[in-house]
Design a protein around this ligand. Structure first.
Ligand code: ZN
Length: 382
């Protein structure tokens, strides 16, 4: 027996745009069944097709349904990480460093049982011998020359890595050098995996670009990216995951609003030049981290900060749905289309005009099943 749900008369942001009319959206565990104008015959037929028993009908009046949000930069800890993400409508999290492999396999198993956020992961990240991150990771992550790149990437693929993460630093700051980063990127590309480079400074941006990384995550605080870097990001089709929620936390911890204003200006410049910018938060609960970023709630903050940087609310929502699905090769999600996963977020109001409406959560569906939302997971209205 398949539990089918139909949200009626609801505004739809389909991952790309708002649909012009109120719609009926019908779905079950197998995916989205139909998206039809409210009250039309197609929707009722779709709703009564299974079990002869019809569907659970949810009145979507005054609400908007969106694809479940995708956070393009998180850190996994345990099942609670995935529960918290999903509770706030982030139905997919893209992890940027989890080890050891047994922990990752355990989390894949837990996520596969349903009712939690789904995730993808690079496993262990590659770092240089003396960078600021080297004290956090096992020796196996430390890559000191191009000759070690192939073995590192092969080991990650054997562990089931979905993509490869490299921590790049400014030359001289202890990160891997350019030949090493280039060799890692080439090895990843040879086996069809994308590369996400941690790049928190202008010089690290240049290195990641020179090496051919597909996506660059973080954004420098302080002086905005120079126009040549912005031009390269666009011309070379690179994708930015600026993690403004994290950068805001770091800047404010140092009492430097000015530094954060520079980060916002960089994101605005990238977006207006035509570079793809994705919503990622760097959500983590690392005891030793300089700034903890809460899983789930922070994605709503990230959307607001992307709007502060100059994206329209619709662009910000695309950055957490269809654009991210495209960048990370997840064609089964990020849009509301028949046949795709029924990961859905139902909110009061219209976030395509007021981005803070994403916080007003009425319901979250993971693979067609409604989550039970304890009242404590309802984000505060701002
Ligand atoms: Zn991170």
């Amino acid at each position: 027996m398949t539990a089918r749900t139909r949200i009626t008369g609801v505004r739809v942001f389909d991952g790309e745009d708002s649909l012009p009319l109120p719609m009926d959206v019908t779905f079950d565990a197998g995916g989205i069944v139909s998206v039809t104008p409210a009250g039309s015959a197609g929707a009722s037929a779709a709703a009564t097709v299974v079990d002869g028993g019809g569907a659970t009908v949810v009145d979507g009046g005054g609400a908007t349904v969106l694809p479940g949000l995708i956070d393009a930069h998180i850190h996994l800890h345990d099942a609670d990480t995935l529960r918290q993400l999903a509770g706030f409508g982030a139905t997919t999290g893209l992890d940027m460093a989890t080890w050891p492999a047994e922990k990752l396999a355990g989390l894949r198993d837990i996520a596969g049982r349903g009712g939690l956020a789904d995730f993808r992961s690079p496993g262990l990240p590659a770092i240089g011998p003396a960078g600021p991150h080297s004290r956090f990771v096992p020796a196996e992550a430390v890559i000191t020359g191009p000759d070690q790149a192939g073995r590192f990437v092969d080991a990650r693929i054997a562990e089931g890595a979905d993509y490869i993460k490299i921590v790049t630093e400014a030359p001289g700051d202890g990160g891997p050098d350019l030949p090493t980063v280039t060799a890692l990127v080439d090895a990843a590309h040879r086996v069809g995996r994308k590369v996400i480079a941690h790049a928190a400074t202008a010089a690290a941006f240049t290195m990641a670009l020179d090496a051919g990384a597909d996506m660059l995550t973080h954004i420098p605080l302080g002086r905005p990216l120079d126009p040549d870097t912005v031009r390269r990001m666009v011309a070379e089709d690179r994708i930015a995951i600026p993690t403004l929620a994290l950068m805001e936390g770091i800047a404010f911890a140092h009492n430097s609003r000015e530094a954060f204003a520079g980060a916002l200006r960089s994101v605005g410049a990238l977006h207006s030049a035509g570079a793809a910018v994705l919503a990622g938060t760097d959500a983590n609960a690392e005891p030793g981290a300089h700034t903890q970023v809460a899983h789930g709630t922070s994605l709503h903050r990230e959307l607001e900060l992307l709007v502060d940087a100059g994206l329209t609310p619709t662009d910000a929502l695309r950055a957490a749905t269809s654009r991210t699905a495209d960048a990370f090769d997840l064609p089964d999600r990020g849009r509301i289309r028949p046949g795709l996963r029924a990961d859905l977020l139902l909110v009061d109001g219209d976030p395509t005009s007021t981005i803070t409406a994403t916080r007003c959560i009425r319901a979250v569906y993971v693979a067609g099943t409604p989550l039970r939302l304890p009242s404590t997971t309802t984000p505060e209205r701002r």
